[in-house]
Write a protein that binds this ligand. Structure first.
Ligand code: ADP
Ligand code: MG
Length: 341
């Protein structure tokens, strides 16, 4: 079953990779498990579709566990949403140039991690991309004119974000800096949800928030299967990946975008230009936790084919599947070697 799915998608997978990742990504095409022990629910939170599936023979405990995950997603949204004026993130964006803003331990840790990804990617991942990001409205086909966009660029630099370790506070060293955690917060929410499920004794689960998923254990002894969408054909799966106990994130140029004069304006921005990154159509990262895979899928999307794959190939335990702007599939070294077997 595992192998046929992978052959279908053109990937011949050797035993080692299948063993390590196989039991997680197969979720997608498995026939829906109808046994009473499996419970599934979906909700729209954080501007995206959240799906949770768990194995729990006790129906009341199962319902409590699903509700605990949705409550966690709402909690994170209320803390980190750039659109909710009461969120701590909005407070940071309003006040952090005038005065240091005290953070929660969680937000302090996530922003610290964001800055580490900025350093790792030489600024391709930068939560201060938001100074340009706020100028776009993809739903209403709005983009900034060249002059306005250019004026926003000097506010984009993660080095303008200063964290105080003792006070757990944040200050901007430049006026007009804004941050947005859209490239990492969903992965964090997925990881938090998995930890909650584990604390409730759940051993087999899938949590998906938009393009970010993490699986716990396997699915009835079979791998979870997760599909990578064809970036240009809705409801078509380009590749299926079988996984267990792992996380996977896909960033694509088809989530939020509009087209003007044949050019696609979408939600992943190159912080150096404030314009959408256009070398790739989608980037899928497989790794140990969803915070990492979320941040890296956005990062590699910005870095492009060569620099993106070079980064992934340097990172132990991280694999990638890229689809370039001609629709061509590209794999990181480990996956590439498996496709050649
Ligand atoms: P989604 O799952 O929302 O499609 P991705 O993981 O692909 O998200 O990340 C896209 C989001 O990341 C954007 O909506 C935006 O909030 C944020 N983002 C865009 N460009 C960057 C960047 N260069 N660095 C960090 N975050 C970014
Ligand atoms: Mg991401």
């Amino acid at each position: 079953m595992l192998f046929s799915c992978l052959f279908q998608s053109g990937i011949k997978v050797g035993s080692r990779f299948v063993w390590r990742t196989a039991l997680g990504l197969l979720v997608f095409l498995s026939p829906l498990v109808s046994q009473a022990e499996w419970h599934q629910a979906s909700k729209d939170i954080m501007g995206t579709r959240i799906t949770v599936e768990i194995f729990q023979p006790d129906a009341i405990k199962a319902s409590d566990a699903l509700n605990a995950v949705f409550a966690e997603m709402h909690r994170i949204d209320a803390l980190m949403s750039p659109f909710k004026p009461d969120s701590l993130l909005s407070q940071i964006n309003r006040d952090a140039y005038q005065q240091a803003v005290a953070l929660t331990d969680e937000l302090y840790a996530l922003i610290t991690q964001s800055l580490q990804f900025s350093a790792l990617t030489k600024g391709a991942f930068d939560i201060s991309f938001a100074s340009a990001g706020f100028l776009y409205d993809y739903r209403n086909n709005i983009k900034p004119d060249a002059k306005t966009l250019k004026a926003s660029l000097n506010k984009i630099n993660y080095k303008n974000i200063h964290l105080n370790k003792e006070k757990k506070s944040l200050k901007f060293s430049r006026p007009g800096v804004k941050i947005d955690l859209g490239g990492i917060a969903k992965g964090h929410a997925v990881d938090q949800s998995i930890h909650i499920l584990q604390s409730l004794g759940i051993k087999q689960a899938l949590v998906t928030a938009g393009g970010d998923s993490r699986v716990l254990g396997d699915r009835q002894g079979d791998a979870w299967k997760i599909g990578i969408r064809d970036p240009r054909k809705r409801n078509t799966v380009t590749a299926l990946i079988p996984l267990a106990d792992t996380a996977i994130s896909t960033s694509g140029d088809y989530e939020r975008y509009f087209e003007e004069d044949g050019i696609r304006y979408h939600h992943i921005l190159n912080p150096k230009t404030g314009d959408s990154a256009r070398e790739l159509q989608s980037v899928t990262i497989i790794g140990p936790d969803a915070t990492t895979t979320d941040a890296l899928s956005t990062s590699v999307f910005v870095l492009g084919k060569q620099a993106g794959l070079a980064l992934v190939n340097r990172l132990p335990g991280i694999d990638a599947i890229l689809i370039d702007n001609k629709g061509q599939l590209l794999y990181s070294n480990e996956l590439e070697s498996l496709t050649e077997q």
